[in-house]
Design a protein around this ligand. Structure first.
Ligand code: G1P
Length: 288
């Protein structure tokens, strides 16, 4: 498994007005943009090539992953060798390529846009940068390992409270876990129609049959071409498993969740954490 597809063409409407001009994937979480956390997880999982599916007007994502020797030199000249090293690292994380999704027609459509760049690969991984993983081993590595054993499409599953389940794709499963056979998946079902409490999180390993299904997948939930609907076809043929993964998944797709995630990340950061804790203590003291 060498390639990860990273859909980053969404409009970021859940994050407006902050994302009017700034791509939502570029909103910082701690000291780096959300999408960088995603690529770092992919690289730590053994991925060597990222295909980022962007939309027109999202040039900042491209700029972020491009090497910037000028900036490195300036930083070195100012005695900031460590910062220069970190900037160099972003430009050389992995081989990053871009594909444009001309219209926001849905996650399934975004993944299909990457198809011409992954011809000949029996399986690719997909990482949604709205879901940020914290833990070890990396979430994508857990899915890739399951794929190595099972040889089929693999989904990331997490138990989800009933009142939140309608935000997600939901799997019908057989078996005891943590690796389940997935018999069906439904995109954003009403709580009473959800086939289980196992929600799909933003990591996938997809085999060729999902791409074949995607070519003819019709718009589904929200009028969009849903990746879940293509996976459904393959699951019904018995070729999908789901992994109830270990570790923490933090959402950065909405303003509320981004705030909570940012606080969690910064809280644990050895450099940034102390200042945040001191400020929170100060605010609490001023309230009482
Ligand atoms: C997408 C998928 C959904 C999945 C979710 C995970 O939905 O369509 O199946 O559960 O990501 O974050 P979105 O968040 O784009 O609405």
């Amino acid at each position: 498994m060498t390639t990860v597809v990273v859909p980053a063409g969404g409009l970021g409407t859940r994050f407006l007005p902050a994302t009017k001009a700034l791509p939502k994937e570029m909103v910082p979480v701690g000291d780096r943009p959300a999408i960088q956390w995603g690529l770092e997880e992919a690289v730590a999982s053994g991925v060597r090539r990222a295909v980022i599916v962007t939309a027109p007007g999202k040039e900042l994502i491209r700029a972020h992953f491009a090497p910037d020797e000028e900036l490195e030199k300036t930083l070195e000249g100012r005695g900031s060798a460590e910062l220069a090293r970190r900037i160099r690292e972003i430009g050389s994380l992995c081989n990053v390529e871009f594909v444009e999704q001309a219209q926001p027609l849905g996650l399934g459509h975004a993944v299909l846009c990457a198809l011409p760049t992954i011809k000949g690969e029996p399986a690719v991984s997909v990482l949604l940068p709205d879901d940020l993983f914290s833990g070890s081993p990396p979430l994508l590595a857990q899915l890739i390992e399951a794929h190595t054993w099972e040889g089929c499409t693999v989904l990331a599953l997490r138990r989800c409270p009933k009142e939140q389940i309608s935000r997600y794709g939901v799997a019908a499963v057989e078996g005891e876990g943590p690796v389940f056979r997935v018999t069906d998946v439904v995109e954003k079902p009403a709580a009473e129609d959800a086939p289980s409490d196992l929600a799909l999180m933003g990591r996938y390993v997809l085999t060729e049959d999902v791409f074949t299904a995607l070519r003819t997948t019709q718009p589904g939930a929200l009028g969009e071409i849903q990746l879940t609907d293509a996976i459904r076809e393959v699951a019904r043929g018995g070729r999908v498993v789901g992994v109830e993964f270990t570790g923490e998944l933090l959402d950065v797709g909405t303003l509320d969740s981004w705030l909570a995630t940012s606080v969690s990340i910064v809280w644990r950061d050895p450099e940034l954490g102390p200042a945040l804790r001191a400020r929170i203590a100060e605010l609490e003291a001023s309230e009482s």
